[in-house]
Design a protein around this ligand. Structure first.
Ligand SMILES: CC(C)(COP(=O)(O)OP(=O)(O)OC[C@H]1O[C@@H](n2cnc3c(N)ncnc32)[C@H](O)[C@@H]1OP(=O)(O)O)[C@@H](O)C(=O)NCCC(=O)NCCS
Length: 183
């Protein structure tokens, strides 16, 4: 069985980015991202309407991290490490199978600069080497070309296409599942 320990928090530094722990004071920035209709388009969840929702999500994430059940990094630029521009993390971790789902989001102001490509590489490395995962999956809306691009560029393989498996906003949506195995 996979045993996880996110303490101390595994902060990651890349050429342009700092991937750090989520703090209570990130609530405004988290709300700004999760309230953004463009950013939420293919996440297939309602954009947040209140700051209280962001605070509640931070609580949930911090509890999950404390209990070693999930981990999320704040993505920030090195020159402004306090200012969250996005998040990336592992959740739905199935410990008996050494498998986890990866999820990420970036503020639209920062899209198409290679930022998620830069963030995902050390996070995948941590997933396989630090957490000892055997496989990582990603679930995406088939129309989410940018997310698909990031996954393919990082070696993920399309493994399944699930028709109308996700109910959101009065419609049944398709989901594509990508996965990456430990090399
Ligand atoms: C998916 C997301 C994280 C990508 O972040 P990003 O930092 O812009 O990604 P990158 O710049 O590293 O790479 C994006 C790639 O997709 C390509 N791309 C972007 N939009 C595209 C589109 N509509 N069609 C095809 N390719 C597209 C870019 O050209 C780039 O390719 P390149 O690396 O060959 O130049 C960002 O778009 C986002 O936050 N989307 C909203 C949240 C979301 O959908 N999360 C995923 C849920 S599973």
């Amino acid at each position: 069985m996979l045993e996880l320990n996110f303490h101390p928090f595994p902060k990651i530094i890349t050429p342009r980015l700092v991937l750090r722990r989520l703090l209570k004071k990130d609530a405004d920035a988290l709300f700004e991202i999760r309230n953004n209709v463009e950013a939420m388009r293919y996440v297939d969840r309602d954009p947040m309407k209140t700051l209280a929702e962001a605070k509640k999500l931070i609580n949930t994430i911090q509890n999950n991290e404390f209990e070693n059940n999930a981990i999320l990094w704040v993505i920030a630029l090195k020159e402004q490490p306090e200012k969250m521009i996005g998040t990336i993390g592992f959740f739905n971790i199935v410990k008996p199978n050494y498998r986890a789902e990866i999820g990420y989001i970036l503020h639209p102001d920062c899209w198409n600069k290679g930022i998620m490509h830069e963030a995902i590489q050390p996070v995948l490395h941590y997933g396989f080497e630090g957490m000892k995962l055997h496989s990582i999956e990603a679930h995406i809306n088939p129309a989410n070309a940018a997310s698909e691009h990031v996954l393919l560029k990082n070696g993920f393989v399309k493994e399944g296409y699930f028709k109308e498996c996700f109910y959101y906003n009065g419609r049944f949506l398709d989901t594509v599942v990508y996965s990456l195995l430990k090399k």
